[in-house]
Structures are given as C-alpha cells and as structure tokens.
Design a protein around this ligand. Structure first.
Ligand code: HEC
Ligand code: HEC
Length: 221
C-alpha cells in the first residue's frame, strides 16, 4: 500500500494534476484576496452554516487551510472534476489569479492559531485504527491529519465530520453531473471501503483538534 501511495503521489505531481493552477497564476496576494472574498463570506464565514443542496451538511472550514490546496480545489470545481453545483458556478467566475489571491487570504485568516502536535494525543478506536492502516491515510494527510505530505493536499483534522463524509462518498460517485468528485487518488482510496466505514473515518478525523476555523466577517466594511 505504501509503495502504491508513493507511486500515486509521484504520478499526480508529475502529471501536473496537483498544481496546474498554481503554476499558471502569479503568487497569491492576501490583501487582494480579501477584496474578492465578499461573495464567499455568506457561506464560509458564518459559524455552523449549513448547506442544503445537493446534501445537507456544514459548509467546510477553509480559514487556515493550505493555500495550495485551496487553489487546487477551486480549480477542480472550475474544471468540473468536482461537481458540486454552487461551488462549480462560483469557481467558473474566478480567474487563476483570483483563486491564488483568495487562497492566500483564507490561509492567512487563521495563521495565528497554534500548530498541532505531530501526533494526536489519543489513539483512535481500534476499529478506526484498522481502517486508517488499510487506507494508508496518514502517508498523505499526516499523522495528525493536519500536516499533509504535500501542501496541495488538504488538512483534514477537525473539519466538519458531516462534510468529510459527503466528500468521501463523493469520490465513489461516477457519471453523475451534479454530485461527486473525479480525483484518481481518492477514488482509489475510497473504493475499498463501505459507506459505514467512510462514516467512521469521517467521524474520527472530524473529532480531532483542528488548525481550521470559521472566521466571522462583516459584510459591511
Ligand atoms: C452558497 C454557499 C457558498 C458560497 C457563496 C461559497 N461557497 Fe465554497 N463551498 C460551499 C460548499 C457547500 C462547499 C462544499 C462543496 C463540496 O461538497 O465539494 C464549498 C467548498 C469550497 C472549497 C473546498 C473546500 C475543501 O475542503 O475542499 C473551497 C476552497 C471553497 N468552497 C472556496 C470558496 C470561495 C473562495 C468562495 C468565494 C469566491 C466560496 N467558496 C463561496 C459553499 C459556498
Ligand atoms: C496518495 C495520497 C492520499 C492518500 C493515501 C489519501 N488521501 Fe485523502 N486526499 C488526497 C488528495 C490529493 C486529496 C484532494 C483531492 C481533491 O482535490 O478532491 C484528498 C482529499 C481527501 C478528503 C477531502 C477533503 C476536503 O476538504 O474536501 C478527505 C476527507 C480525505 N482525503 C480522506 C482520506 C482518508 C480517510 C484516507 C485513507 C482512507 C485518505 N484520504 C488517503 C490524497 C490522499
């Protein structure tokens, strides 16, 4: 499994899947990003805000997330690899430079939060530990699920568990124009698990301490 993961990472990075947008745009400017974030804060900057379509779950926390990953995920909505209808429409209106600026802004927003210890303080329940070993998840996402092996991979620790579950299920969905994600790595990862097991993984990872946050913003500044 470990060699397979290393192979997949090499493949992804080598094929330029991971940082195409990053390579094309200039460096992100957090201040410029702040000005462009007006259309994001109504969902991403309201604590506990729920999304109701196509599934009910909390809107993901993006403050404190890796900028490279934020940029890559926005590019994936724009290209259609991620099919969530609202985010797809929003990303379609963004240039590569907009994405880089927004990513820099949201990464910076929670920069003052303490970085987590390399390992979570408590061990996962035995059943979850077995699933994590089977999936080799920590090789890419880090032992604390907040220190990925590549900055273009997401921090997961403490992200809303209901959102994590929706994303994990989504990697298994094919040929649905409105639901799911086409990511070759995570499709391979999730194929070997049942929905019940994916839910267990999401609940455990979502329960961990987090470097992610929701930073409330005023619409009127
Ligand atoms: C109408 C509500 C809404 C608005 C407005 C919105 N988002 Fe989102 N965003 C969501 C939802 C819901 C998801 C989860 C989609 C999915 O399941 O893939 C999401 C996902 C994301 C992700 C992926 C997070 C991850 O962990 O992979 C990023 C990055 C993001 N949004 C950035 C933005 C930015 C930047 C803006 C403004 C330009 C914005 N969003 C505006 C609701 C919204
Ligand atoms: C080979 C590296 C690799 C391995 C191993 C891996 N992941 Fe991932 N993971 C990624 C990448 C890359 C993404 C971003 C994919 C995308 O853009 O949708 C991701 C995305 C995710 C997401 C979506 C996060 C979000 O904010 O939308 C979750 C949840 C996740 N992984 C959980 C897991 C779990 C659980 C395992 C073990 C069963 C695992 N991953 C194994 C590389 C990996």
């Amino acid at each position: 499994m470990r060699t397979l993961n290393a192979f997949l990472v090499a493949l992804l990075v080598g094929a330029g899947f991971v940082s195409t947008a990053a390579a094309q745009a200039g460096a992100g400017d957090a201040q410029a990003g702040q000005k462009k974030a007006a259309m994001c804060i109504g969902c991403h900057s309201i604590p506990g805000y729920q999304s109701s379509f196509p599934e009910v779950h909390k809107v993901p926390m993006i403050a404190g997330q890796n900028a490279k990953y934020l940029q890559a995920s926005l590019a994936a909505y724009k290209s259609g690899d991620r099919r969530h209808p609202t985010m797809k429409a929003i990303a379609a209106s963004l240039s590569d430079q907009d994405m880089a600026d927004l990513a820099a802004y949201f990464e910076n927003q929670a920069k003052d939060r303490a970085t987590l210890a390399d390992k979570p303080q408590s061990e996962p329940p035995a059943a979850v530990a077995e699933l994590l070993t089977k999936g080799g998840c920590v090789a890419c996402h880090g032992a604390n699920f907040s220190k990925p092996s590549d900055p273009a991979f997401p921090k997961l620790a403490g992200q809303h568990a209901d959102y994590l579950y929706v994303t994990l299920k989504g990697y298994k969905v094919q040929n649905n124009p409105h639901v799911g994600r086409s990511n070759p790595v995570m499709a391979g990862m999730t194929a070997n698990f049942t929905q019940a097991q994916l839910k267990q993984l999401a609940q455990y990872i979502g329960s961990l301490p987090s470097e992610l946050a929701v930073v409330p913003q005023s619409r009127f500044r």
